[in-house]
Write a protein that binds this ligand. Structure first.
Ligand code: 4AD
Ligand code: MG
Length: 468
């Protein structure tokens, strides 16, 4: 059996008939009659399976009996033109080796219920479905395209720490990291606070909520950097758009103002979406046909249209007008409010019908590091809002003035102790600079058309769920 090279299904499906081939994979379906069985074999290289035609005069009944959905096989045979519809070529089997049988009574993907909700309950197996194969191949392609986009522009990939002493977003959503034994009484200082001097790092540490602050150290040295790594948020939001562990891409650029930042964000997303359309079309089409018939149109639309750029204040006016015209929101709308995803989606899906970049947010609802406008009220924040998703990117121009940054840190009563290293960027050769963070899974929600963020990451972490 092993004398010829195994060829992956993706390649087989593009080959000319007439050769002897060896394929390996897992059975998706088996059907047929007494004389001949048709087996759909998939090896994860593509959403499409190759049809194996097994004639009972060639392959023993005993072997064929043991083959069922989920079983793993090696198949040697001739690649021939397919007479059936649906595929160009198929394999006329000469020899089949079963690596592993798959008990149809117990195999969780045997069930008729293939809903995404059901698959979440058997998440250890769901990568074997066409849906998760498609999503995870697209996820891979997007990761590759992200590195390519920045590499082609001369950005440096900077690895920022996952364990950190600072709370970048200041939202208090950090998972603490400690080697203290929580079963035992914790050491206390004279003031009664926990004494971390005996802890592993000798100070209180957490998992990072963002690599931005360290990214700024890189950008103010290397010029243009990006990070791409896991990010952790202990926010108790059980929504289809929040994960406790998600991946974020954070470019940070010296000498970029807010407009340059918006231009880069728009170019970046359009690049990624066109990359998916050009390089993952089989998977995208599969998801389009199975879940979301408007997916491909929506993806093409985003590549072709210019994003709206709008001041927060103008956005609030539009929402207030909508409310006075009878539109009902769950949460109130007024100047100063942190927009909910229902508001963001109204602007994008109902009002403008295209992506919107909202800027000039009230400083109270944004992080300490954002550049303050002269009016004393707003900051140069930008959120990119997308159809079906709401916020997909959050970013800003950064406050470059040492004095203004220090004032804001003091105003917010933040502890400077853990931020002196950051403040040094403004103390020594400060420059205008900007950056943003793209939520990788939010991007994937958009590109795959999936509606729950738990379905675009292989091992989702959400409140009360950290399986595997
Ligand atoms: O808007 P956020 O909180 O911005 C930052 O963290 C900045 N430090 C980024 C920067 O300027 N370098 O998060 C950025 C993006 C959001 O727009 C969203 O796409 C995603 O990260 N995000 C989440 N994705 C999944 N689950 C969560 N809990 C998320 N929180 C944020
Ligand atoms: Mg945000």
């Amino acid at each position: 059996m092993e004398t010829i090279r195994r060829i992956k299904v993706k390649e087989l499906l593009g080959m000319e008939p007439g050769t002897e081939v060896l394929a390996k994979g897992w059975v998706r379906t088996k059907r047929g009659n007494k004389q001949v069985k048709f087996i759909a074999l998939n090896d994860g290289s593509t959403v499409n399976s190759i049809q194996i035609v097994a004639d009972t005069t060639v392959i023993s009944e005993d072997i064929l009996k043991r083959i069922s959905t989920g079983a793993s096989l090696a198949v040697r045979g001739s690649l021939v033109e397919s007479v059936g519809s649906g595929q160009r070529v198929e394999i006329q089997a000469k020899e089949i080796e079963i690596y592993g049988e798959c008990d149809p009574m117990r195999y969780p993907l045997q069930k008729k219920d293939t809903s995404l909700e059901y698959l979440r309950t058997v998440a250890h197996m769901r990568m074997r479905t066409n849906t998760f194969g498609a999503v995870l191949r697209i996820r891979h392609a997007m990761a590759f395209a992200i590195h390519k986009f920045f590499n082609d522009k001369g950005f440096v990939y900077l690895n920022t720490p996952l364990i950190t002493e600072s709370d970048c977003e200041g939202a208090g959503q950090m998972f603490q990291v400690t080697t203290y034994d929580l079963e035992k009484e914790l050491p206390r200082t004279k003031k009664g606070e926990i004494d971390y001097s005996g802890d592993f790092f000798g100070k209180q540490t957490s998992l990072t909520v963002s690599g931005q602050l360290e990214g700024e150290l890189g950008a103010t040295a290397l010029g243009e950097i990006y990070t791409f790594g896991p990010t952790f948020r202990a926010e108790n939001s059980n929504t289809p758009r929040h994960l406790a562990e998600f991946w974020m891409i954070e470019p940070e650029m010296a000498f970029y103002d807010i407009k340059d930042n918006m231009d880069l964000a728009e170019e970046f997303i359009k690049y990624l979406v066109s990359y998916a359309l050009e390089n993952c079309i089989d998977d995208v089409r599969f998801l389009n046909d199975k879940y979301d018939p408007e997916l491909i149109d929506r993806l093409r639309g985003v590549c072709q249209t210019e994003f709206v750029r709008l001041e927060y204040t103008e956005g609030i006016k539009i929402l207030e007008e909508a409310v006075s015209n009878g539109v009902q929101f769950e949460y109130p709308v007024y100047w100063g409010v942190d927009l909910q995803s229902e508001h963001e989606r109204y602007l994008v899906e109902k009002h403008f019908r295209k992506p919107v970049i909202l800027t000039g947010y009230p400083k109270e609802i944004k992080a300490f590091y954002m550049k303050q406008d002269d009016n004393g009220k707003t900051v140069r924040a930008m959120d990119v809002l997308f159809p079906k998703i709401g916020e997909i990117i959050g970013g800003s121009e950064r406050e470059a003035s040492l004095e203004k940054l220090e004032n804001r840190i003091n105003e917010l009563g933040m502890s400077r102790k853990n931020l002196e290293w950051y403040i040094d960027t403004r103390r020594f050769g400060t420059v205008p600079h900007s950056g943003f963070g793209l939520g990788f899974e939010r991007l994937l929600l958009f590109v795959t058309g999936m509606s729950n963020i738990r379905d675009v990451i292989p091992f989702p972490r959400t409140p009360k769920n950290a399986e595997f």
